[in-house]
Design a protein around this ligand. Structure first.
Ligand code: SAM
Ligand code: SF4
Length: 333
């Protein structure tokens, strides 16, 4: 195994591949999907299941030990079961990020493929607010499915993107879910992407969140707990609670030093960073029978030290910099 091609110029070894299976989604989250929708790639430009497997296998043979499937919504892909079963034959930890709207149909397959760790997105515990945030009326279904997953023994991280004036009044309600249930609620700072109307005023920062938590529970009840290696989140626990909570502060406290992630979009492009404005096509050369390794190595060599080159908050706030990037729906989170 030659892991060198997945090392960047800052010595970061990349062992974690996130594969977006589709640009399609059954929700329309305002912070992710632009109001006017997106220009979808032609169907023939989307990787088929063999191509996904071939590219994944190549990465695994160069040191990738963890693959997360994402989207769009990965489960809306008709052939998702085939993809899961093929990827499950690789020697990797497989996981998925999902909105859980239709996950009840896939419980058995997920178990058979050893996908027991899931990140589930839910931004509000209020069905009306959920409808506004996702532009769809699916709260009951998602909430029911989250409980079903817990009952079936899945380990759940709940992703909550916080937007000021929209759902920041629910921080304590979300943490209260961890009192009796062993889940990890992860508050994610709202990030700027093409078409998501981001501005700094909408940001609920790491320090804003901690101030609310300490006010609600008292500082002595809030324990800082150990983060997993290469973890993007800072983890905490309210003393007597079964579960925990975390903050992903990509905007105010980027965690790029320990970054080990590479992203593959549904149309077969590799991105060396979530915030990167550039990407390289792997699908066309794969279809042409070319060796992908020099392309991958070049992409890794061009990775910036911090956030695709937007190393300050000022740069992140400069619209023409982050608007050169894709919408989140076509990157995959
Ligand atoms: N559809 C699946 C879901 O919602 O979990 C997977 C794809 S979604 C793009 C992956 C993750 O990105 C979700 O947890 C979502 O909340 C997060 N996300 C999307 N747009 C974001 C943004 N602008 N800022 C922060 N997180 C975002
Ligand atoms: Fe779909 Fe997930 Fe984006 Fe929401 S966050 S629109 S569920 S891809």
């Amino acid at each position: 195994m030659n892991a060198e091609i997945l090392k960047d110029t800052f010595g970061r070894q990349h062992t974690y591949l996130r594969i977006s299976l589709t640009e399609l989604c059954n929700l329309r989250c305002t912070y992710c999907m632009p109001a006017d929708g997106i220009q979808l790639s032609p169907r023939s430009h989307i990787m088929n299941f063999d191509e996904i497997y071939d590219i994944a296998k190549l990465f695994v043979s160069h040191g990738v030990s963890k693959i997360r499937l994402t989207g769009g919504e990965p489960l809306v892909r008709k052939d998702v079961e085939i993809i899961l079963r093929k990827l499950a034959t690789l020697p990797v930890a497989l996981s998925m990020t999902t909105n859980a709207v239709i996950i009840d149909r896939y419980i058995q397959v997920l178990k058979e493929c050893g996908i027991l760790n899931l990140n589930v997105s839910l931004d509000s515990l209020d069905s009306e607010k959920f409808k506004i945030l996702t532009r769809r009326d699916n709260f009951e279904k998602v909430f029911h499915n989250i409980h079903l997953l817990i009952k079936e023994g899945f380990s759940i991280k709940l992703n909550v993107v916080l937007i000021k004036g929209v759902n920041d009044d629910e921080i304590v309600d979300f943490i209260n879910l961890t009192r009796d249930i062993d889940i990890n609620v992860r508050f994610i700072e709202f990030m700027p992407f093409d078409g998501n109307a981001w501005n700094k005023q909408k940001l609920v920062s790491y320090s804003d969140i901690m101030a609310i938590v300490e006010e609600a529970y008292g500082i002595e009840r809030v324990d800082r707990i150990k983060d997993a290696p290469n973890d993007t989140s800072k983890n905490y626990k309210i003393k007597e609670h079964k579960g925990s909570f975390a903050i992903i502060s990509s905007v105010t406290n980027p965690f790029c030093d320990s970054c080990n992630r590479i992203r593959l979009t549904a149309n077969g492009r590799i991105k060396n960073c979530l915030f990167s404005a550039t990407e390289s096509d792997l699908l066309t050369p794969l279809r042409d029978g070319q060796d992908l390794r020099p392309i991958i190595q070049k992409v890794m060599q061009s990775k910036f030290k911090v956030r695709g080159g937007m190393d300050t908050l000022e740069k992140l706030e400069t619209p023409n910099l982050h608007e050169k990037n894709r919408s989140m729906i076509t990157i995959g989170g």
